[in-house]
Design a protein around this ligand. Structure first.
Ligand SMILES: *[C@@H]1O[C@H](CO)[C@@H](O)[C@H](O)[C@H]1NC(C)=O
Ligand SMILES: *[C@@H]1O[C@H](CO)[C@@H](O)[C@H](O)[C@H]1NC(C)=O
Ligand SMILES: *[C@@H]1O[C@H](CO)[C@@H](O)[C@H](O)[C@H]1NC(C)=O
Ligand SMILES: *[C@@H]1O[C@H](CO)[C@@H](O)[C@H](O)[C@H]1NC(C)=O
Length: 210
């Protein structure tokens, strides 16, 4: 089975790409295919351009990863997680995987992080003003969203869960009420509701309102 994915670069979404080197984020990673060849493993293929080059999928180096048993990747996005000025990739499947870009189109072995059951959607943003990108995941089977706060170097805290309504399928981080703080908006499949969890800017969110 082949999965096709929405691909968006974080810079076009809400959130901040943190580049602390003088080199801007010039590498555009692309997951060109993501397939499950059998029920127990998923491979993803990443290609990217070398620094300073325009993206050319024909000539770009390609790296293939196996993301683990039953991993069934749902969504991926990009963010700068290790302060090298190059966009890294985050994939949600059984948990989430961070694939750090090493430069020159190379990527490190994926690192696994644990989320709730059935992570379905992922969004990256700095939700606690920590100057590092955090990861928010909607957990379909847990009726929750998990927050994993980034603290640099591609590392994250263990998850903190916040309750949503039934079967959350998508999460976005947005300043919902224009109070200059990032909130969570979650789409719940059952009941077709949207949960809003107002942010405190410190990594905590209030209880949902739907
Ligand atoms: C992409 O790379 C291929 C192989 O090197 C080359 O033939 C092609 O012209 C390049 N395309 C662009 C748009 O640069
Ligand atoms: C991630 O976790 C899955 C499930 O436990 C495992 O199969 C896979 O090998 C792990 N991947 C890495 C890169 O550690
Ligand atoms: C994959 O996970 C399933 C369910 O947890 C387990 O039964 C199976 O043995 C695992 N397969 C491999 C190759 O790890
Ligand atoms: C965040 O701020 C709220 C409101 O002031 C407070 O209730 C909560 O405990 C704080 N959370 C953390 C992790 O500091």
């Amino acid at each position: 089975m082949t999965y096709s994915f929405l691909w968006h670069i974080l810079g076009s979404a809400i959130g901040t790409i943190i580049a602390t080197t003088s080199t801007p984020a010039v590498i555009t990673p692309r997951i060109s295919t993501a397939t499950t060849s059998n029920p127990t493993a998923t491979t993803i293929t990443i290609s990217s351009t070398a620094p300073g080059q325009a993206c050319n999928l024909t000539s770009a180096p390609i790296t293939t990863y196996t993301l683990g048993n039953g991993s069934n990747p749902k969504k991926h996005t990009a963010g700068e997680f290790d302060q090298d000025g190059i966009l890294d990739i985050v994939v949600v499947n059984v948990g989430f995987n961070i694939i750090l870009a090493l430069g020159n189109g190379a990527y490190a072995t994926p690192i696994n992080f644990t989320t709730g059951s059935g992570p379905e959607s992922v969004f990256v943003a700095d939700v606690n003003n920590g100057n590092r990108l955090d990861v928010i995941v909607a957990n379909y089977y847990r009726n929750s969203v998990s927050e994993l706060l980034g603290f640099g170097g591609g590392r994250f805290t263990a998850q903190t869960a916040f309750i949503t309504s039934s079967y959350p399928i998508a999460v976005v981080v947005v300043d919902f009420n224009a109070h200059n703080r990032l909130d969570l908006a979650v789409i719940n499949l059952i009941g077709q509701t949207i949960s809003i969890l107002l942010g405190y800017e410190n990594g905590s969110f209030g209880q949902q309102t739907t």
